[in-house]
Design a protein around this ligand. Structure first.
Ligand SMILES: [Zn+2]
Length: 70
């Protein structure tokens, strides 16, 4: 345990969790901050995604990022 001068300094990070629902099998999956892993930080809605359940190729949205707060 690191402890200097009586106060501990932790780390805070924010993750944007994206939920995807397959247009073929209707099952869903989630990816945290998927745009970080995409080349050139491209938009999540401007590429194709393969469903991890049925393998079908999906597109999501109309090219615009969908923002929905819960
Ligand atoms: Zn599917």
């Amino acid at each position: 345990m690191k402890k200097k001068s009586g106060k501990l300094k932790g780390t805070l990070s924010v993750e944007h969790l994206h939920h995807f629902r397959c247009g073929s099998c209707d099952k869903w999956w989630s990816i945290g901050d998927p745009s970080i892993a995409l080349p050139g930080k491209q938009s999540v809605t401007k590429r194709e995604w393969f469903c991890p359940w049925c393998g079908e190729k999906n597109i999501f949205g109309d090219g615009k990022e969908i923002k929905r707060e819960f």
